[in-house]
Ligand binder design. Structure first.
Ligand code: NDP
Length: 333
C-alpha cells in the first residue's frame, strides 16, 4: 500500500484513493513553470534535491505569451519569451530536474509530508513545496484583443513599451497599474491615451497627479473599448463614450499599441485553505524570505509579488525559495 493510501483522502476534488496512481515521494515539489519555478528548479537540482516541476496549464508561464524580451540580463540581443522559457527549462533539466506535464488539482498542506495531486489522479508526497503558480493578467474579453495578442496588444508596458518608441498607444484601466504604465509609456511613445470606464480614476492621488501632469497623456474618462482594429497589427481602437447614456457616442482613435492594465489575478485559489493570502489573493510571505505561514511551503514569483512582477525578480525569488528549502530541510535533520 502506498503512503498515500494510508492517509484518509476525503477531499471532494480528489479521486477516491483506490482510483489514484501510485504516490511518488519527492523532496522538493515545484508547482509552476515560469521563471520563478525553473530558477527554483535549477538551484534545487544542483543541490541534489531531485526536484519535480509540475508545469501547469500554461507551461512556461506568462512569458510564453510575449514576443521579444529585451530586459532579462544575459541576452544582449534580446530573446523571445517562448525561447527564453525553453532555455530555462533546458537548464533545469540539465541538472536532473524532472519536469512533468499536468496541473495540480488539489493539495493537502495540513501535515508534512504534504499531499499534492496532479490531474486528479497522480499523488505526490512532498517534503517541501515551492508554489510558483504566478498571476494571470486580466483582459477585457474582446475577440479583437485575442486576435492581436503579441501583435500590438500587451498586458505589460515594462516588457513591451520599448517597441512603441515614438508611436501612439492606449492604456486601459484606472488603477495604479494603469497610471504607472501610462506614465512609463509616455516617456517612450509620442502619445498615450488612458482609457478609463468611470468618470474618475481609482489610482492613488499621487499617481493621478503624475498622469495629469504628463503632457502627452490624454485621459479619456467614461470610455469603454468596443474593438481593437487593424489587419495584421493594431492600427486603432473603437471606443464608446458614455455607454448606455442618452448622449452615447462612438470614438475612434489611431494607435499602434494597446495595453491592458485592469489588474492581475494571482493563481492561489487552490492553496487558500492552508496558505494565507492578502485580500486580492497574493500569497503572504515573511518579508525578505519566501516562507509562507505553513513551514515547508514556500512561494516565489508573481504569486507573492503584486508590485514588481518582472521575469528577473521572479527568477530571483525562485532562487530564494530553494535556498529557504535547503535551510528548512537542514533544520529538520
Ligand atoms: P485595480 O484593481 O486597482 O484597478 C483596476 C482598474 O481597471 C480599475 O480602474 C478598474 O475600473 C479597471 N477595470 C477593471 N475591469 C475593467 C474592464 N473590464 N474594462 C475597463 N476597465 C476595467 O488593479 P491595479 O492592477 O491597478 O492595482 C492592483 C493593486 O496593486 C492595487 O492595490 C494597487 O494600488 C497596487 N499597485 C501599486 C503600485 C504602486 O504602489 N506603485 C503600482 C501598481 C499597483 P473601476 O475603477 O471602474 O473598477
Amino acid at each position: 500500500m502506498s503512503f498515500f493510501k494510508t492517509l484518509d483522502v476525503n477531499d471532494n476534488n480528489d479521486k477516491k484513493a483506490d482510483e489514484l496512481e501510485a504516490a511518488e515521494n519527492v523532496k522538493c515539489l515545484i508547482i509552476g513553470s515560469g521563471p520563478a519555478g525553473y530558477t527554483a528548479a535549477i538551484y534545487a537540482a544542483r543541490a541534489n534535491l531531485n526536484p519535480v516541476v509540475i508545469q501547469g496549464m500554461e507551461a512556461g508561464g506568462q512569458l510564453t505569451t510575449t514576443t521579444e524580451v529585451e530586459n532579462f540580463p544575459g541576452y544582449p540581443e534580446g530573446v523571445t519569451g517562448p525561447v527564453m522559457m525553453e532555455d530555462l527549462k533546458a537548464q533545469a533539466e540539465r541538472f536532473g530536474t524532472d519536469v512533468r506535464w499536468g496541473e495540480v488539482t488539489s493539495v493537502d498542506f495540513s501535515q508534512r509530508p504534504f499531499k499534492v495531486i496532479v490531474d486528479n489522479k497522480k499523488p505526490f508526497i512532498a517534503e517541501t513545496v515551492i508554489i510558483a503558480t504566478g498571476a494571470t493578467a486580466k483582459y477585457l474579453g474582446l475577440e479583437s484583443e485575442e486576435k492581436f495578442k503579441g501583435a500590438g496588444v500587451s498586458a505589460c508596458a515594462t516588457c513591451d513599451g520599448f517597441f512603441y518608441k515614438g508611436q501612439k498607444v492606449a492604456v486601459v484601466g484606472g488603477g495604479d497599474t494603469a497610471a504607472e504604465e501610462a506614465t512609463y509609456l509616455a516617456g517612450l511613445a509620442e502619445k498615450v491615451y488612458l482609457i478609463i470606464r468611470k468618470p474618475y480614476m481609482r489610482a492613488s492621488k499621487a499617481m493621478i497627479k503624475r498622469v495629469e501632469n504628463t503632457p502627452n497623456i490624454e485621459i479619456l474618462y467614461e470610455h469603454n473599448t468596443k474593438e481593437i482594429t487593424g489587419t495584421n497589427v493594431v492600427t486603432g481602437a473603437t471606443l464608446i463614450k458614455r455607454k448606455d447614456k442618452p448622449d452615447e457616442e462612438e470614438v475612434k482613435i489611431e494607435i499602434d499599441g494597446f495595453f491592458v492594465a485592469i489588474g492581475h489575478k494571482p493563481n492561489s485559489d487552490l492553496f487558500k485553505d492552508y496558505i494565507e493570502t492578502d485580500a486580492v489573493g497574493y500569497i503572504k510571505t515573511v518579508p525578505g524570505t519566501s516562507k509562507t505561514n505553513v513551514p515547508g511551503v514556500f512561494a516565489a514569483g508573481d504569486i507573492q509579488d503584486s508590485i514588481y512582477r518582472q521575469a528577473v525578480t521572479a527568477a530571483g525569488s525562485g532562487c530564494m525559495a530553494t535556498l529557504d528549502v535547503e535551510r528548512f530541510l537542514a533544520e529538520q535533520e
